[in-house]
Design a protein around this ligand. Structure first.
Ligand SMILES: Nc1nc2c(ncn2[C@@H]2O[C@H](COP(=O)(O)OP(=O)(O)OP(=O)(O)O)[C@@H](O)[C@H]2O)c(=O)[nH]1
Ligand SMILES: [Mg+2]
Length: 294
């Protein structure tokens, strides 16, 4: 599994390893809310990578559910990739967070840990060696490696580093399987990604996307586009107005950019209909969270 703080590049790493954009990525923290399974295949092994939300201090019921995802995934994982991003700060990465990660999460779990220092493109090699040395001396993980999930630096080496820790088993999935989640989940994730990219402030955090209908019409008649109907759920009427924008321009842009990526993923044209709904404080309400799969 991939564990780490928000914005560390966990989803970028999953995508880089798979060489496919499976998990959504944005410059904003707390983009990923659920576990994303990505299956890597090569001639020697199969690795089931699990991307998780970033570890944060919970401020909402939604956050508690995200933390529970991390906890449950950690229980199931054979190997843990602890992802710590380099930063321009004087210690090169957030040691305080790393200490908390090791003492509160990794030590109690007792799994082999590979510390992956990500965003190595942001610091020079001397600093990387110093940081790696510091990690080795302080927390003594099974291995330490600097990578750039974005540029692909050291990703083959990361796979090599993981290999000896893999349990001996028959492949669990056929070679063409990339994920276990259904297409409609990735459709909702693509729409969420576009909302994170297009809107500011609290709007992306207050938004959830629910697929109400996914009609695969092309099977009976290849000339007909698939129909996808989604609810975009927000917490307030004001957020609804922001999503729609002046004369509906913002919503139109959201629909267009999301549809483009959805069509690319599915490999066929679709009709995408977005309905905006207001569900006050959905992030605090157990029954709503449950109905959205949290
Ligand atoms: N410079 C640089 N940026 C990176 C690298 N990896 C990821 N990023 C950027 O970091 C930001 C966050 O990336 P994500 O992959 O969404 O991070 P995450 O850890 O999944 O974040 P959450 O899902 O919010 O917890 C994006 O803007 C990425 O482009 C890297 O190796 N180098
Ligand atoms: Mg993510």
């Amino acid at each position: 599994m991939i564990i780490g703080p928000p914005n560390a590049g966990k989803s970028t790493l999953l995508n880089g390893l798979l060489d496919y954009k499976l998990s959504i990525v944005t410059p904003k923290p707390q983009t990923t809310r659920k576990k994303i399974t990505g299956i890597y295949h090569n001639d020697n092994c199969q690795i089931i990578f699990l991307d998780t939300p970033g570890i944060m201090k919970p401020q909402q019921k939604l956050h508690e559910s995200m933390l529970a995802v991390i906890r449950d995934t950690l229980k199931d994982a054979d190997i843990v990739l602890a992802l710590l991003p380099y930063s321009g700060k004087k210690n090169y990465f957030d040691r305080e967070f790393a200490e908390e990660l090791f003492s509160q999460w990794l030590k109690p779990a007792g799994k082999p840990v590979i510390t992956v220092l990500n965003k190595c493109d942001l610091v020079n090699e001397d600093r990387q060696l110093l940081a790696e040395e510091f990690v080795r001396n302080t927390w003594n993980p099974a291995a330490v490696l600097s990578v750039s999930a974005l540029n692909g630096t050291n990703l083959p080496k990361l796979v090599e580093t993981i290999s000896p820790f893999l349990p001996l088993n028959y492949p669990l999935y056929p070679e063409d399987t990339l994920s276990t989640a259904p297409e409609r989940f990735f459709v909702s994730e693509i729409i969420r990604e576009k909302i994170f990219l297009l809107y500011g402030r609290e709007v992306p955090y207050s938004t959830e996307v629910v697929i109400d209908e996914f009609k695969e019409q092309h099977e009976n008649d290849p000339a007909r586009k698939d129909l996808i109907r989604c609810s975009v759920v927000v917490e307030r009427e004001t957020q609804k107005q922001i999503l729609i924008g002046s004369k509906g321009a913002a919503l139109k842009k959201l629909g267009q950019t999301a549809r483009k990526d959805i069509e690319e993923m599915l490999g066929r044209p679709v009709f995408l209909e977005l309905f905006i709904k207001v569900r006050p404080d959905w992030r605090k309400k157990n029954n709503l969270l449950k109905s959205y799969g949290y």
